[in-house]
Design a protein around this ligand. Structure first.
Ligand code: FES
Ligand SMILES: [Fe+2]
Length: 358
């Protein structure tokens, strides 16, 4: 059994509350069709549905008898509960109680509706009415020069923060991804700057990688020294990389992790490329990512505690190499402090009538 490093429970509790003020992905946009879908975000059960073509997220519990609304169906662009047919509009207001036809509907007959957005091929939800940051950007999402491929959704038994930190942790490549992304005999990480702007940490790093046929590398080469890859880590849980290859080719990954609970996450990812555009090649790109992900999963799921310690003293960091992690944990601590300092983080009574935007 793994030994736990005690959490600064106050800090992680505060972070968990503060995360309600951020946008998180809950579904691929293509998967939200005519039928309602259940999702979980920050331990809140959600029903996702399209009403009048727009995505809507509501609390997944009918006010009548506690039946999940995700079991229901869409009728005339409203959501009808599967049990007794109470029907809710896009604002969460009950508009119909079939067994009491003609009677007045009580004002309390409503469910919480949350801010919902369709953006970058995903459905995003913010559980607070006042998002602390805009939606993360995915520059290639609407760029016709790029072929974008979904990576199947994956659920990990780790916090979203552990998963995201793993994505931007370079010194594990030679060991976890031996022969795939690195070489244990060449484990050094070059110095790199980490620049912080209003929403993101930005950094660039050029590593030596094993030659990869999916990057059109010389088949006779063993390793390739890459030009610097641009990374953007948008707070709190979206990571993006753009790796330049010869001939103005670019390999792009966009990974948005969603905190389903404190210690579980669901990740939504796309890989994109502006070369090798034949759709029949897509499976090879997805397959490569799945190999890498499985190597990461077994390590990250085993980390203890499952939540990421935001107290920098809780784990040991190496200056330079772990610079991104240090900045990331520091920023998560600042986000947690917004809840601790009594900023308007309203976990008790979620609201939301925001309109979708892109
Ligand atoms: S439980 Fe939903 S209508 Fe009765
Ligand atoms: Fe990895």
């Amino acid at each position: 059994m793994a030994t736990s490093i005690p959490l600064d429970a106050v800090g992680e509790d505060a972070l968990f509350v503060a995360l309600r003020r951020y946008w998180h992905p809950v579904a691929f946009a293509d998967d939200l069709g005519a039928d309602p879908v259940a999702a979980t975000l920050l331990e809140e059960p959600l029903v996702l549905v399209r009403l009048d073509g727009e995505p809507v997220a509501m609390h997944d519990l009918c006010i009548h008898r506690g039946t999940p609304l995700s079991l229901g169906e869409v009728v005339d662009d409203q959501l009808r509960c599967a049990y007794h047919g109470w029907t809710y509009d896009a604002s969460g207001r009950c508009t119909r109680i079939p067994a009491r036809h003609g009677s007045t509907i009580p004002a309390k007959a409503r469910v919480d509706r949350y801010r919902t957005a369709e953006h970058a091929g995903l459905i995003w939800v913010c559980l607070d009415d006042d998002p602390a940051m805009p939606l993360p950007t995915f520059p290639e999402a609407d760029d016709p020069a790029y072929r974008k491929v979904r990576i199947p959704t994956y659920d990990w038994a780790s916090s979203a923060a552990r998963r995201v930190e793993n994505f931007v942790d370079f010194s594990h490549f030679p060991f976890v991804h031996r022969g795939v992304l690195g070489d244990p005999d060449r484990p050094e990480i070059p110095d790199h700057e980490v620049v912080r702007d209003a929403t993101s940490l930005r950094f660039a790093l050029g590593l030596e990688e094993p030659a990869n046929p999916l990057k059109a590398d010389d088949p006779d080469a063993e390793t390739i020294q890459r030009d610097p890859t641009d990374y953007v880590l948008t707070m709190p849980f979206t990571a993006y990389l753009n790796q330049p290859l010869p001939d103005a080719h670019h390999f792009v990954l966009f990974v948005a992790s969603s905190p389903t609970t404190r210690d579980t996450c669901r990740s939504f990812s796309f890989c994109a490329r502006n070369y090798d555009l034949d759709p029949s090649k897509d499976d090879e790109y997805v397959g490569f990512q799945e190999v890498v992900l499985e190597q990461d999963r077994r390590v990250v799921e085993a980390q203890r505690p499952e939540e990421l310690p935001i107290d920098l003293a809780a784990e040991l960091h190496v200056r330079g190499v772990d610079r991104v992690s240090i900045e990331y944990r520091r920023w998560l601590g600042e986000i947690a402090a917004t809840a601790r300092d009594g900023e308007p983080v309203n976990a008790a009574s979620p609201t939301g009538t925001g309109s979708p935007r892109s």
